[in-house]
Write a protein that binds this ligand. Sequence first.
Ligand SMILES: [Zn+2]
Length: 478
Amino acid sequence: MSRVLRPLVRLPWRSIPLRPFLARRSYSTPSMEQAQEPKTDYPALDKAIKKISYTDYAQRYLGKPAPEGVRVVKSRLTLMIDGEIKGYNYMLLRDACKCKLCVDEHSKQRKFRTTDIPPVIRPRDVKWDGKELQIKWSSDIEGWGPDHVSKYDEAILQESRANPPKSNTGKLRRRFLWDNELMEDNQHWVSYEDYMNDEKAFIKAMRFLSLMGIIFVKDIPDSREMVEKIATRMGPLRNTFYGPTWDVRSVPQAKNVAYTNVSLGFHMDLMYMNEPPGFQLLHCLENSCDGGESLFVDSFRAAHLLRYKFPEAFEALTKLHLNYEYNHKEHVYNNSWPVLEMDHADSKERIFRVNYSPPFQAPMVLDDDVHANWTEYRRALATFESIIERNKLVFQLKLNPGECVIFENRRVLHARNKFNTEQGKRWLAGAYVDEDALLSTFRTSRYANPNLWHRTRVQPPRKAAAEGQATAEDYGIE
Ligand SMILES: [Zn+2]
């Protein structure tokens, strides 16, 4: 028996916990012959074995061997969950306790501070049945008596955050990227009545909104109040200097370009703010003018295409910061954003945000980086714009009275064609809801009906290998 393997077969790791990876490696009964196989053939196992060598503190802390599947070392406890070895620092494990002594039952607020936990804390009793871990502590927080038992279920041991960014309701959730063809076939429409009163229809709508970043509500009563009702079904209104809700109508000499009858190019709203609103609603009350069609583009799809076809341009736009401003007598806002933001902590280097809003750009004439790299930046930006404006990507429709579009402001670029106000009228009522509120609503929708949430999917595109679509993964079905 090799020395490195001995701990494997000796103590706590015998039956349940080791089976998954031993089986995978054909090591179900570790033996001399198997241990002598060249290690280079099994780099993952080799790594796992290295992790396994340890000094057992179970006797010292618990006065007996640790229960099966648990390893107790000096400053942490190790478990194998789903074939994966996970270590938990005692202080952090104690910190994660959500029992009634530690967390108020009603407010769910903590009754201790992280730094109240003594660094010398350690377990004095441990139970583990493969599903739930129970720990009694030595040197617990002052005031916590011997009756205090910390219990952790499998879910919290796997992921302690309430709505982790990469879950299918988190801010780094995978999205279903779309182009014009896909939207022509897969727009999600829900009636106002169902959206407001049928929980399943609402959950389904939220699932589509989380995946595609755009949905439509129809058959809305003809009232200016409705945009607020539709918005607050998802979350509280986001107030801005435009008011809790606002109107887009043709107004002479408007201060904001959205209020005129000339065409308005692709943009995102309020990029001059520190926290631009996550979601936007536009409820059509009148649209009898010629023109005035709404145009939408999935900026994540455009960014993926750019990355695939012009990687240097993509790279340049992760560095180019553009300035945005709203500069009037009454309100002065400004901010700066890189055109493309990546999640660098993610091995897949997922795109986290696209920030693109030319009508609200501000001068960048004094920016040294922009000066130094302008030729490259200019070319990259022009390439990105040409992708955004391709007909293939643009989804166009003319909203009719009684229809409302809900879209992710920080993903779906919107624009509108010019319209003629001499004949007919155009009136949209708008509102914003913050991203935080929607992430919460996505999660509560999933809690309310997990089956429906997971079952609700966008139909895969007819042509899976469309241009720039290297893998089906880009469509991010979850
Ligand atoms: Zn507790």
